[in-house]
Every structure is written in structure tokens, then in C-alpha cells.
Design a protein around this ligand. Structure first.
Ligand SMILES: [Zn+2]
Length: 135
């Protein structure tokens, strides 16, 4: 299984962004080059809720255009779970359209604050992968 490779400062950027959107779910795209995260693109959650997210489609299109210009690929999609463990919900699995991307979930509930895990979701199958935070 491949790793999600993310520099520490970008990892912290994701955690801070997710905290800033609390108590709602935050979401966004982790773009990279050769599988390593190189930039964080926060995306507006147009279904603001503590239990679900839906990325703003027009913002997502803009970001995908910018990523093409910068020759970046989509390494992962991230979102937060403000009140549940960092594991894909049934809805997350149902709406996981990107089989080539990783799904990173930031757990923000009090008992597991800062717990972050990553997965592949292919055809309804959830597989955990390792997050490698690099300096
Ligand atoms: Zn979720």
C-alpha cells in the first residue's frame, strides 16, 4: 500500500483550516507532484454541517484548472469529522468518486482531537493507508 506523503507545515495547515471551520466539516484538495503533497487547496463546504460536506463545484473547477496550469495532480481529498472518529462514513463511501485519490479525514471530536487517518475507497472498499509526515 502506498503512503500519503505530506510535509509537516502543510499537514499543520490542514489541521488549522479544519479547526477554523469547526463545528462544521471542512473540506479541500491536497495537490502534489509525484504523489507528494505540495499544496493545500481549501474548498468551501456548500452543505455546512457537523456530519457532512459537499465541495463547492465551481470552486473545485477553478482549483482543477489552477492545478493543471501548475502541473499538479490531485493526491488526496481531505475533510474533517468534528464529532465522529476519523473513519469514512457511509455517505463518504457512497460519494467517493475518485478511485485514484486518497481520502484523508481529520478527526476533531474532543476525545480524539487531531486524529488524522487516510484511506483509499474503491468500489465501496475502504483500505487504510499510512500518512508519512516529512520535514
Ligand atoms: Zn466524512
Amino acid at each position: 500500500m502506498p503512503d500519503l506523503i505530506i510535509p509537516r507545515d502543510l499537514f499543520n495547515e490542514v489541521l488549522e483550516y479544519c479547526s477554523s471551520v469547526f463545528p462544521h466539516e471542512a473540506c479541500g484538495i491536497l495537490a502534489g507532484i509525484e504523489g507528494r503533497v505540495a499544496r493545500v487547496y481549501p474548498v468551501k463546504n456548500i452543505d455546512p454541517s457537523p456530519v457532512s460536506y459537499f465541495m463547492d463545484p465551481s470552486e473545485q473547477l477553478q482549483i482543477q484548472k489552477r492545478m493543471r496550469e501548475r502541473k499538479e495532480e490531485m493526491v488526496a481529498i481531505f475533510h474533517s469529522h468534528p464529532q465522529s472518529p476519523a473513519y469514512p462514513s457511509a455517505k463518504d463511501v457512497h460519494l467517493a468518486f475518485y478511485e485514484d485519490a486518497f481520502y484523508m479525514i481529520v478527526g476533531l471530536s474532543e476525545d480524539i482531537i487531531g486524529e488524522t487517518r487516510a484511506f483509499t475507497i474503491v468500489g465501496g472498499n475502504v483500505q487504510e493507508i499510512t500518512i508519512s509526515i516529512v520535514d
